[in-house]
Design a binder for this molecule. Sequence first.
Ligand code: UDP
Length: 251
Amino acid sequence: MDNQTLDSVNLFGMRVDRVDMAGALALIERFVQERTPPRHIVTADASMVVTADNDPDFAAIVNASDLVTPDGAGILWATKRMGTPVRAKVSGVDLAARCCALSEEKGWRIFFFGAAPGVAEEARARMLARHPGAHIVGIRDGFFKPEDEPAIVAQIREARPDILLVALGIPKQEKFIQRHKAELGVPVCVGVGGTLDVFSGSVRRAPTWMQNSGLEWLYRVASNPKKISKVALLPRFALMTLRAPRNARSG
Ligand code: UDP
């Protein structure tokens, strides 16, 4: 299966694939075994759809990627309303956590790239406390200047990960992966947003009932007012969805 054969939905010009967690992990396993070409996995939430609508270059990166998972209640709601429901939510943080758990069993080598200085270290320490056999083969914070990128690429290449988790936020992480995937030598690169903050314990996840009822955004902005610029994209996403023809087959 490649991205031509995935069952996909078109959400306002951006592709989202109908996968569940088991399907996403099976694809990752295949990509790790195949090793080339380098694959890019996107975890798409509602803010990403609005960003893609404003930025055609970014939309093209997402649409050309190898897997776009539905990350968030907003995507589930919109695709259901439009008559093309996705199967399940596969969030970046859950997908990354499962990859780390499977690293123990399958020997996958994982690199944590992103977040503020110190966060990836703490994320690795906590992940190893839960999964002592996980292979977290490298870490690097996500605050750098453009001229640092060659050294970052060299550090990642040297660590020889199978899976690179890129936690720089949307759209920076997708653009970084697009720019460098050919030279990184990594089979699977995944953009995972605030995952390392969650792994490190510096940000708590919303309670499960809030995640399931579509209120994760409210929890995030209440616990970190800096998130307001991202949350401000959500009313636009809701309007786009409410204005779209209901039950239109768009995928
Ligand atoms: N970040 C980073 N470098 C930057 C900007 C942000 O590493 O230049 C990190 C930030 O510290 C946080 C993550 O990227 O850990 C973004 O998290 P957020 O939940 O905002 O991600 P998004 O919702 O955009 O996927």
